[in-house]
Design a protein around this ligand. Structure first.
Ligand SMILES: Cc1cc2nc3c(=O)[nH]c(=O)nc-3n(C[C@H](O)[C@H](O)[C@H](O)COP(=O)(O)OP(=O)(O)OC[C@H]3O[C@@H](n4cnc5c(N)ncnc54)[C@H](O)[C@@H]3O)c2cc1C
Length: 477
């Protein structure tokens, strides 16, 4: 069976792009999260399609053979979205599908193959005089546009433009039976790809946050905005958390900032110790961009005024805000390179409750400080904003070769998710095993409907079986 599959896959994509070599399989055995560190799972074989037609033929083949399929973009998934059947799966690496297909000035959109990284997409649209609203997650040099739709990314640009799906107009998805589905305006063959909601219920929504369970996202269309000609930055230090929360809340409410980040005390101690030594407990930064100098100045003035009213002390914005923005997709990898392997627990919280959540998480960490020190685990809590929501996440940096450190990080991650979701009124946005016990599993009506949708779209359950906690045996439910 395996041999026949390999032969057929080679016929579809060419021998160069299929492998069941052990070293290849093991190099795809982990995404970037603690679950995969603890339990790496090599797929049965890896295939790297180059066209839509090839993806369609691979899925038809897998469906006929009832072989599980796992789709992989950049592999930067932080939550643990691999289902239970990876070891017997065909892993589709989508990263050869990395072309920017069309910048359509008329509809102010860009259509891109799903395996394109955010780094590449930002560069190409900017070269054509445009910019993206949502610009990508912090992992943007590695993560792909399709991966972000599949895990529902928040990130750069979110205070103003929202999560990735809020700037998405159309998707092209290869369904498990090989059919190719267009969503939004493109359902009408004579219409351009420019609008998401128009032809009836929004089917794109099924694939947003789908964790690779319903099909392969092959093309994505996103809105474009005119490239900014000027920018301004702000960085403020706060010596008490309450004033910082007020400023953060008011900055968010204006919707004027392209980006807002709140670095809490533990992050200052690790990344900017000079600020911690001066007694600051928070660093709050903003980025403003716009079409004219006057607009930039007016928006920056408003944010600066709010910061001063709330007691923020002006810091070096070039150093603390501009550098992070200009090298945005390098920020976390730079920290990780400095202080160790990384596990992040990002979630959303109503804007006005950000401090409550942040304090609860930091108090929990304080209680474990001795244990953390013993295993040389450092942490850094940051809140990057999203329109009306705060976003609290603590990065834990640890030594992957120390089993006790790995175990502790796993326990802490579980506990955070529990605190955030069950006590603080938060909500996950990316997916994965970290969140499932507190979200999908807890709502029987949502879960029942999701299983019905899965059965309708993927009756043979080939797409990431067990992902999203959906049952591996659909017959039983
Ligand atoms: C350093 C670092 C920083 C991060 N910062 C952020 C952040 O700021 N915001 C944020 O939201 N996340 C962040 N993440 C998590 C992650 O990078 C993103 O969510 C990212 O969007 C995942 O994209 P990917 O291409 O790496 O997906 P992968 O890890 O390859 O896949 C993730 C999931 O999506 C599925 N999938 C991937 N591609 C497709 C496709 N084409 N069709 C169907 N299913 C698919 C996979 O099967 C899997 O279930 C970060 C991760 C790291 C390591």
């Amino acid at each position: 069976m395996k041999k026949t599959l390999l032969v057929k896959l080679k016929e579809i994509v060419g021998p160069k792009y299929v492998s069941d070599d052990l070293y290849v399989r093991w190099s795809y055995s982990m995404d970037s999260n603690i679950f995969d560190v603890i339990n790496p799972t090599p797929p049965l074989m890896v295939v790297r399609p180059g066209t839509l037609e090839e993806i369609s033929r691979i899925l038809r083949l897998a469906n006929e053979a009832r072989i599980p399929v796992y789709v992989r973009g950049g592999g930067t998934d932080g939550g643990g979205s691999r289902g239970e059947k990876i070891r017997s799966s065909i892993l589709i690496d989508i990263t050869r599908m990395n072309k920017v297909l069309e910048v359509d000035e008329n509809s102010q959109t860009v259509t891109v193959q799903a395996g394109t990284t955010w780094g590449k997409l930002n560069k190409e649209v900017e070269e054509k005089g445009w910019k993206l609203g949502f610009k990508g997650p912090y992992s943007g040099y590695g993560s792909t546009v399709g991966g972000s739709i599949a895990v529902q990314s928040n990130g750069y640009g979110s205070p103003r433009y929202g999560v990735v799906a809020e700037d998405m107009t159309n998707l092209k998805v290869v369904l498990p039976n090989g059919e190719i589905l267009e969503t939004g305006s493109a359902v009408n063959p004579s219409a351009k790809k420019f609008y998401r909601y128009c032809i009836g219920p929004d089917l794109a929504g099924i694939f947003i946050g789908s964790g690779g369970c319903f099909g392969v996202i092959a093309e994505v269309t996103l809105r474009l905005y005119p490239r900014a000609i000027d920018d301004a930055f702000g960085a403020y230090g706060f010596k008490d958390y309450e004033s910082c929360q007020k400023c953060y809340y008011r900055w968010l409410k204006t919707r004027e900032a392209e980006h807002i980040a709140w670095f809490a005390k533990d992050g200052l101690e690790v990344n900017t110790p000079e600020l911690a030594e001066e007694g600051y407990v928070s660093l709050l930064t903003f980025v403003v961009e716009d079409q004219t100098h006057e607009l930039v100045e007016a928006r920056a003035n408003l944010l600066n005024q709010i910061a001063k009213e709330e007691g923020g002390e002006s810091l070096d914005a070039e150093k603390y805000a501009k550098d992070d923005w200009n090298y945005k997709f390098e920020l976390l990898p730079r920290w990780a390179a400095k202080i160790g392997q990384w596990q992040w627990n990002c979630h959303m919280i109503p804007a006005g409750d950000t401090l409550k959540d942040l304090k609860a998480i930091m108090a929990f960490l304080d209680q474990r400080e001795e244990e953390l020190k013993k295993h040389n685990i450092t942490h850094s809590t940051v809140s990057i904003a999203h329109k009306n929501a705060g976003h609290v996440s603590t990065s834990l940096y640890y030594d992957q070769s120390n089993p006790e450190a790995v175990d502790l990080v796993k326990k802490l991650s579980d506990k955070y998710a529990e605190i955030a979701i069950t006590k603080n009124g938060g909500c996950n946005y990316w997916l994965g095993k970290i969140w499932y016990p507190y979200t999908i599993m807890r709502n029987p009506i949502y879960r029942k409907l999701l299983i019905k949708v899965k059965k309708a779209i993927d009756p043979n359950n080939i797409m990431n079986p067990g992902g999203l906690t959906l049952p591996c045996n659909l017959e039983e439910v």
